[in-house]
Design a protein around this ligand. Sequence first.
Ligand SMILES: CC(C)(COP(=O)(O)OP(=O)(O)OC[C@H]1O[C@@H](n2cnc3c(N)ncnc32)[C@H](O)[C@@H]1OP(=O)(O)O)[C@@H](O)C(=O)NCCC(=O)NCCS
Length: 394
Amino acid sequence: MDSLDHHLLSSDSPDITLVVATPAERIESIRANGLAWKGPLSMDQYIAREDFLIKEDMVKDGGMTCWVLVDRTLPPDGRPILSSCESIAKQTFLAYNGNIETVISHGVGSVYCRPEHRGRGYAKRMIIELAKILDTWQQEKGQPCLFSVLYSDIGKSFYAAHGWHPYPSSHFTLAPAPGAAQTANGSANGRTKSVDMTIVKDMSREDVHEYMCSEPVIEHHKQKLREASMASQAVMAFPPDYAHMSWHWARDEFYSRILRSEKGEVRVKGAAVPSRKVFVTWNKKYGATQKDCTLYILRTQYEEPTSPAEEEAVVEALAGILRRAQIEAQEWKMDHVEIWNPSPLVTKAILTADANAVETHREKDSIPCLKWDGNQHGYGDSVEWHLNERYGWC
Ligand SMILES: CC(C)(COP(=O)(O)OP(=O)(O)OC[C@H]1O[C@@H](n2cnc3c(N)ncnc32)[C@H](O)[C@@H]1OP(=O)(O)O)[C@@H](O)C(=O)NCCC(=O)NCCS
């Protein structure tokens, strides 16, 4: 490849094109970005991870596309890959004026340029070409694409210049906590309040499916979006469905099998206080170093309390399940628990579970960004992003 470098095209050349990678080019792209993203895996394990994840419902059967920026005059396989990325076609809820529809939006990820090709404008050209392609890509019956999202790891300005504007990107970090899962009134580490753990139940996959992803629950979210869209502008949300959660869990399961084999199957997928209708589901991310090992709260579900007494009960229940997450983090040797964009009520629960929990406003990594094109199709100037929690990350 290096010997070809001096022939590389200028990034504004008309010969540059963005195309779907061949199977071999997909592997070549994974191998290249693996240098940045394989973390604690070997390269072969990282490639195996990608082949494992692509079988998940959220992305299988062409749901995920690998794109490569190439010279159109060169034949597939063997042409230099100037830059690469992926898009995932996602069924997404969009509410406007009290009506809701399910549209195909795209999640863009794995934007990558090999170190030796950087600084020549290839990633920028790729993003410009991608924006044009996604207008119609994988839409049914010629529908326009109304929006796409990505999670920027390079700050807020580059993608904003191309239409992907940043949305709220805060999180709280809680420390892992020792303790048996069902210890009554277990105090985590002497610096937090005592939390009643007797009401907290572990959730399996099936439990999460029943309590957080069932048809009535999803219908409830749709109703909330409809209502929100009557009061303001267009409102979107990724359905917090089983396919989303499963895709995240599959990552966790793949890594855990390799890196925590002594612990066996990842059985616990979240925690609940069913009597108070409070639930969270989580997954674990294994980074290259211990400090990058995170237990992510993918989604927090509760019903808005209608009285101060109810609020107190919900906060207490939430604190219990967050404590359970802290214990899970400790058991699986995670560095911390992270929860994205918590509501004021969830924030109260976080500070009950860990008085020293720290809030961070991310400026560089995992910034949710959305490119809104609904304005060109009669859906108003902007869109609110509801349920902007970790489960939507891709
Ligand atoms: C980020 C990356 C794709 C940029 O590739 P590139 O081909 O060198 O980018 P370009 O030459 O097209 O530059 C595009 C713009 O991004 C900016 N940029 C590049 N790397 C950046 C970084 N790490 N942080 C902030 N901005 C960055 C450039 O300054 C440039 O800005 P401009 O348009 O105002 O001139 C490449 O550095 C990379 O693969 N990094 C590792 C993986 C990664 O972080 N990917 C991004 C995931 S969101």
